[in-house]
Write a protein that binds this ligand. Structure first.
Ligand code: PAF
Length: 265
């Protein structure tokens, strides 16, 4: 029997629901895990205030056809004496890994535990967290896990803002500024469509747009990388993505875009 797992930290939005719907259509049983994993938060991050609404999540999971909603306690995942850490160092060094030391170790560790507990045929993740997806794919391949790792497209709000549970932190004014994150990426993609193939010039164009529309200290990184290796690209080739992170108010927002989609090659 084909089973699918959608690992989440809850506070479901349309992005989570699209992963569940896809999983529902591509497997006979749908498992959803909801676990706010303490090991992927740094000491000064938002573990204690991470948004949560268990009743709403339970209802939405049921309406989406979830067969099992797994909501473990930290001691279920990390029982007394737990000390194994899964690390994918090459892919975890840059981008979010540089700003959030230890984050991807926490992600790779919890996902490997969840995959071992559920033993699903498929596990489905959103492409908003592209670096996370690359880390998980590498981890699953290196550990010879039998689960197929599936990435699904970003779901966006009407103004382009990528859906994220952390969008709940944004005030209306911050939310409208946050749509510049998406617009900067679109501008990068348009430059590629117009024939630009130098990655540094694409990064510069996106950064310039952000500097004009956001404040400098809100910008964490803008980087053109290969979607599989997450290493900086020099020339725009198939698989090149622009990946960005900004901090607006209390929210750290990440986003990315495939640059070659629709480009004239
Ligand atoms: O993307 C998330 O929500 C989390 O990082 C994940 C994959 C559920 C692991 O805690």
């Amino acid at each position: 029997m084909r089973t699918a797992l959608v690992p989440t930290m809850g506070y479901f939005h349309a992005g989570h629901l699209s992963l569940m719907q896809w999983a529902r259509e591509n497997a006979e049983k749908l498992y959803v895990s909801l676990f706010i994993n303490p090991k992927q938060f740094g000491p000064s991050e938002d573990l204690d205030s991470y948004p949560s609404d268990i009743d709403r999540d339970t209802r939405l999971a049921r309406e989406t056809g979830c067969d099992v909603l797994f909501m473990p306690e930290p001691q279920d995942i990390y029982p007394e004496g737990h000390s194994t850490v899964v690390d994918v160092p090459e892919l975890s060094r840059h981008l979010c890994g540089a700003s959030r030391p230890g984050h991807f170790k926490g992600v790779a560790t919890v996902v490997s535990v969840l995959l071992n507990l559920a033993l699903p045929s498929l596990a489905v993740f959103g492409e908003k967290d592209r670096q996370q997806l690359a880390v998980i794919r590498r981890m699953a391949a290196d550990l010879h896990l039998p689960t197929e790792i599936v990435g699904r497209p970003i779901v966006r709000e009407p103004g382009g803002l990528a859906m994220s549970s952390r969008n709940a932190y944004l005030s209306p004014e911050e939310r409208s500024r946050a749509s510049h994150v998406y617009r900067g990426l679109v501008l990068g993609r348009e430059k590629v469509r117009a024939g630009e193939d130098d990655a540094a010039r694409i990064e510069e164009a996106i950064l310039k747009y952000y500097r004009e529309n956001l404040s400098r200290d809100e910008i964490d990184y803008v980087s053109v990388v290969d979607e599989k290796t997450m290493q900086p690209a020099e020339k725009i080739k198939p698989g090149a993505i622009a990946a960005v992170a900004v901090r607006i108010g209390k929210a750290r927002l990440i986003d990315n875009m495939t640059l070659t989609e629709g480009a004239v090659s």
